[in-house]
Design a protein around this ligand. Structure first.
Ligand code: MD3
Ligand code: FE
Length: 216
């Protein structure tokens, strides 16, 4: 076995508390990957990844698409959740069953029972893509947790406090890791450092992140 795989074996099943109400479930998504990837392929065919423009006029380095009743979108006018894909005017693709199951199982494993997300934002990072420090506050219901699934290349996640200037912890997120956070950690600043490092054996030169939310 390769050294990288031996380290992956060792992390499997670990549950790292990164805040009072935030956890990383190491390798939790691995048993779902064979079903997630074909479902992602079908989603992409209907609503392809695209680079959105921020209200400030910058084009995001991360490419995104959505599935579920609501999808996150940005343009010069602002950030918002929409029920249709602005590129084709059609409803966002339905949330695949395997996505909804994984999100609910991971939320339950972290103590949030009955999580039924209505939005899944899919972010795709190429080498150099980053997400600057921000809060997730475009959702209506801050009581529901957020579940995030990482696939592909390892990313360094930045986990800050409730003020932008608070010190950040750097947390590596590996292929198959699932992060769940809610409660008092729900509005913490967070971001992702520019993606770099070795290509992933299955996913190649990219990282894909699914973020499940109750947005409506
Ligand atoms: C926040 N996505 O789309 S989610 C986003 O990896 C976003 O694509 C990132 O932030 C991504 O809005 C990160 C991962 C995450 C994990 C744990 C957290 C975000 C968190 C804990 C507290 C607050
Ligand atoms: Fe975020």
């Amino acid at each position: 076995m390769y050294t990288a795989d031996l380290f992956a074996q060792e992390r499997l099943g670990q549950r790292d508390a990164i805040g009072p109400c935030a956890w990383v479930l190491r390798g939790f998504a691995l048993p779902y990957v064979d079903e997630l990837l074909p479902a992602l392929g079908r989603l992409e065919a209907a609503s392809p990844f695209r680079h959105m423009v921020t209200p400030g006029g910058f084009t995001m380095s991360v490419a995104l698409t959505n599935c579920g009743a609501l999808g996150w979108a940005s343009d010069r006018r602002g950030y918002r959740y929409t029920s249709t894909d602005p590129d084709n005017g059609q409803r966002w693709p339905a949330m695949p069953g395997v996505f909804a199951r994984l999100a609910a199982e991971a939320a339950a494993a972290a103590g949030f029972m009955g999580f039924e997300p209505d939005a899944c934002l899919v972010n795709r990072y190429a080498p150099g893509s980053r997400l600057s420090l921000h809060q997730d506050k475009d959702e209506r219901d801050y009581d529901a947790p957020i579940v995030s699934v990482s696939l592909g290349m390892t990313a360094t996640f930045l986990f800050g406090g409730h003020a932008r200037s608070d010190k950040t912890a750097k947390i590596p997120l590996y292929h198959g890791d699932v992060a769940v956070w809610g409660g008092e950690d729900r509005l913490r600043y967070h971001g992702v450092l520019p993606l770099k490092g070795p290509s992933h054996p299955l996913m190649g030169e990219q990282r894909v992140n699914f973020t499940f939310r109750k947005a409506g």
